[in-house]
Design a protein around this ligand. Sequence first.
Ligand code: PXL
Length: 274
Amino acid sequence: MDKRLLTIQDISCVGQCSLTVALPVISACGIETAILPSSVLSNHTAGFSAWTFCDLTDEMPVILDRWKKENIDFDAFYTGYVSKAQIPHILDIMNQTARPGALRIVDPVMADNGKLYAGFDSDFPEEMKKLVKGADVIIPNITEASFLIGCEYIADGYDKTYIENMARELYALGAKNVVLTGVSFEKGKLGFACYDGKKIEYYFNDRIDVSMHGTGDAFSSALAGALLRGKSLYEASAIAADFVVESIRETIPDKDHWYGVKFEKALPYLISRM
Ligand code: PXL
């Protein structure tokens, strides 16, 4: 039977992140994608001077109630940018609409470059641990990982012990698999570490020396799509990493395009990897 995924994250109307990435990317992977918008913003919060914000927390239990009456259920959940108050509702939704064996993919979106995003309090990571516990896959960057386990954030110059302890401690929070993104042991290489509680595997691409918004969402969305298409977690993560590289390459020529990546142009590449 074809699989149906529910993704829960914000709609940033402009900015190539969250749902405006997840919906096209996972759909391009050939997976039916249902959405639950956690909020609607005029634009994302990273680099624009301001934004509007419409919170949709109150809709969550109302929509769940309706879905239950329609017997709507899902093979997978993929969560992204959500608020603290939404986490108990999201757990309810997962618990009450999961098909047997449904996958829980949690991107603990909250921080990057050592700092929490605008609008996230210092107690958010503690609440996010409730989603991490019981997740099949979590996809933190190193900043998010350090907030979740309460360790020092090291921007670069760390060693394998730092990353492997981080992966083990994240696993100990109750996630069955950890995909740690933004890992780099040498200047010219950037990739991820994948840990299943037994072994750590790494994957690296040549580093493109630019920093672009929305790459985390493109990565997690492609990973979710590829995983649901039956790829192993390592292979799905490698496809996702290569897709991000392609998206960045497509963006570089347009020097004015500062707010996101042109993932749309890399969709044919992603489809070719399915
Ligand atoms: O890409 C993560 C993200 C999602 N949604 C909103 C954001 C960000 C990152 O800043 O601001 C609204």
